[in-house]
Design a protein around this ligand. Structure first.
Ligand code: ZN
Length: 229
């Protein structure tokens, strides 16, 4: 059984007794231990990703919020009052959606804060904005890092290929063939995102890959600890 499956089982177990007969708490403990080396991020990724659709909706709401805020700023600049009213209404609905997300929201927010910090550091270290462009557009960097972080996390949390429902294959005339949308990878690719430039969409794709790598390394570490028990 993959670590993620064991972890889901432990989360779902109503009884976390960890005696000779009940080992449900094992994966939770292993996840916590594995985190000593990757900060808190790995366990938060697992908790949030496999915590249910509430979290996926919340992640989308957060990413959507950034987009609406940008549209609102444009509308204010262009003195488009109807658009401003629409945006404010969308933001209110967004607030309400975030407020009803309940206790899992705390785990998600903690993850988002950490991930935004990590992405901003990567952005600076990798010169997402070239040194020559800093005097002109450097002040836009924090918002750009935030957009990339929020959209990559939202995509990662709900990236099952919709065409094949995550099976990686489609029924052909006689045999199964690889899904044409995801080429068998089972994951939806990051294509265009409203409000983001092509360059930013590429960066979102890279960050989604890094979230998967983080999850894999965390799961590997936690799985190894679990086997040692
Ligand atoms: Zn597919």
């Amino acid at each position: 059984m993959a670590f993620a499956d064991k972890y889901i089982g432990a989360l779902a177990a109503s009884n976390l007794l960890d005696d000779g007969r009940h080992h449900q708490a094992g994966p939770l403990k292993a996840a916590a231990l594995a985190d000593r080396s990757t900060r808190n991020l790995g366990a938060l990724l697992h908790r949030v990703k496999y915590g249910g659709t509430v979290i996926q909706k919340l992640a989308k709401a957060v990413a959507e919020r950034a987009r609406v805020e940008k549209t609102l700023a444009d509308a204010v600049r262009k003195k488009d009052e109807q658009k401003q009213a629409d945006c404010r209404q969308a933001l209110e609905a967004n607030d309400a959606a975030c407020a009803t997300a309940g206790s899992e929201a705390a785990a998600f927010r903690a993850l988002l804060v950490d991930w935004c910090e990590i992405v901003a550091k990567k952005g600076r270290d990798r010169n997402w904005i070239k040194p020559a462009d800093w005097p002109k557009i450097g002040h836009l960097a924090p918002a750009m890092y935030r957009r990339v972080a929020e959209h990559s996390l939202a995509h990662y949390l709900d990236d099952v290929c919709k065409t094949c429902s995550g099976t990686g294959s489609m029924e052909g005339r006689a045999t199964l063939r690889a899904c044409s949308a995801c080429s068998g990878s089972r994951r939806a690719a990051v294509t265009s995102i409203a409000g983001l430039s092509d360059y930013e969409v590429r960066l979102v794709g890279q960050m989604v890959d890094e979230l998967h790598a983080l999850e894999m390394s965390h799961a590997g570490l936690a799985g190894a600890l679990l086997r040692r028990d």
